[in-house]
Design a protein. Structure first.
Length: 199
């Protein structure tokens, strides 16, 4: 993998098996899809809302469709993909309950990555400065952020428990390397691997 590869992309590439069928929701410019196709020989599609990003993906030869992740999955049959990826998009999604249910219907496993709002720098900014934090993983001001929700790692764990979603694997990221202790305090980002609990 190139040295410039994002740490979260490295982890996702490591998780996904060779030759998998992958759907990337909110895929942006398609960097992760391109990486997965090159390194893991996956069959990948993407859904992206931004028209310019979709055009850039198509120019790169990637199969990406213009659409909203909140409504773009209803046409896919059950278990259409081995993996559905919702990386750095969940905090921008309004109907997250519905979207994750749809991801679990369409994919055998789901990868969810998000910034941890309970990171120590975010907490410190709120506590000592009394202001909404701006960090590397939450880079926007309160008035121009695309985020509609701010959640912590503990929040998401509680959500999965409440919805009876099985957490198969979880990775915690610092700015450069993995975090192994006190992730809700020290991790900047988290990546969860989810599946349905057997009935």
């Amino acid at each position: 993998m190139p040295d410039t590869t994002r740490p979260d992309h490295r982890i996702i590439v490591d998780i996904i098996e060779n030759g998998s069928r992958v759907l990337d929701l909110g895929c942006g410019d398609g960097d992760l899809i391109a990486l997965l196709k090159t390194i893991k020989n996956v069959r990948a599609q993407g859904i992206e809302l931004d028209n310019d990003a979709v055009s850039r993906c198509i120019m790169r030869g990637l199969s990406v469709f213009h659409g909203d992740v909140e409504s773009g999955l209803m046409d896919y049959p059950d278990r259409s993909f081995d993996w559905v990826i919702l990386n750095q998009s969940m905090q921008e999604t309004r109907k997250i309950d519905y979207v994750i249910e749809e991801c679990l219907r369409v994919g055998r496993r789901v990868i969810v990555g998000f910034p941890n709002f309970a990171h120590i720098r975010a907490r410190s900014t709120v506590f000592f400065c009394g202001r909404t934090p701006i960090t590397s993983s939450l880079p926007h001001s309160w008035f121009d952020t695309p985020n509609v929700r701010f959640l912590s790692i503990k929040d998401f764990v509680a959500f999965c428990r409440r919805k009876s979603i099985a957490v198969v694997d979880v990775r915690y990221l610092g700015k450069i390397k993995p975090v192994h202790v006190l992730p809700n305090l020290l991790a900047i980002n988290a990546i969860f691997v989810l599946t349905r609990r057997p009935k």
